[in-house]
Design a protein around this ligand. Structure first.
Ligand code: HEC
Length: 152
């Protein structure tokens, strides 16, 4: 479908930083590899709500077709990019909430004081993960070997 393909190009292009959608519409603003990566991620992360063919479902709007284009055609690609980033955060939160609910034990390093984009603080993140992992070891051991308890 024509609209679907335009929308998917927009999504893939914005997802992978090809924010420089050039004025000439004919040349693709992204590589085949980027498009494939985008499709894989969309199917894995987004399609559950927005549909495999961008048709939408429940509260999640369609990401293709007339309504979508009516809303987004006139806007900056960077605006759409912002919405997608937000969506990904929401999706990630939803996914982790499900994973946490399905887990026997959750290790929670104390890292809330570090922002997600403070990459140069990676050492602190690793250290906090190591510490929380160590502290959780007895409880995990007790889950795996209930009889030996937390003593070993
Ligand atoms: C848990 C369900 C869910 C997942 C997963 C999800 N979304 Fe959404 N998305 C929504 C909902 C609900 C809205 C409407 C939010 C609103 O209107 O405030 C939305 C809105 C959007 C919009 C704005 C559409 C418009 O016309 O305003 C875009 C673009 C979008 N999502 C892209 C994505 C992408 C890309 C992904 C995957 C990386 C994704 N979404 C994953 C539920 C989801």
């Amino acid at each position: 479908m024509q609209h679907s393909s335009i929308a998917s190009r927009l999504l893939v292009a914005t997802l992978f930083g090809a924010l420089t959608l050039s004025a000439q519409q004919s040349a693709g603003p992204f590589t085949v590899a980027q498009a494939n990566t985008g499709r894989d991620i969309y199917e894995r992360v987004c399609a559950g709500c927005h549909g495999v063919d961008f048709e939408g479902s429940g509260d999640a709007p369609s990401l293709a077709g007339g309504t979508f284009l009516l809303k987004w055609r006139a806007k900056m690609v960077s605006e759409l990019f912002g919405v997608i980033l937000q969506s990904m955060l929401v999706a990630q939160r939803t996914a982790s909430a499900k994973q946490i609910a399905a887990s026997d034990y959750v290790i929670t390093p104390k890292v809330s004081h570090i922002r997600w984009d403070q990459i140069r603080r990676a050492d602190e993140l690793i250290e906090a993960g190591y510490k929380a992992g160590n502290e959780s070891a007895p409880a995990i051991r007790a889950l795996i070997w209930p009889k030996s308890g937390t003593s070993g």
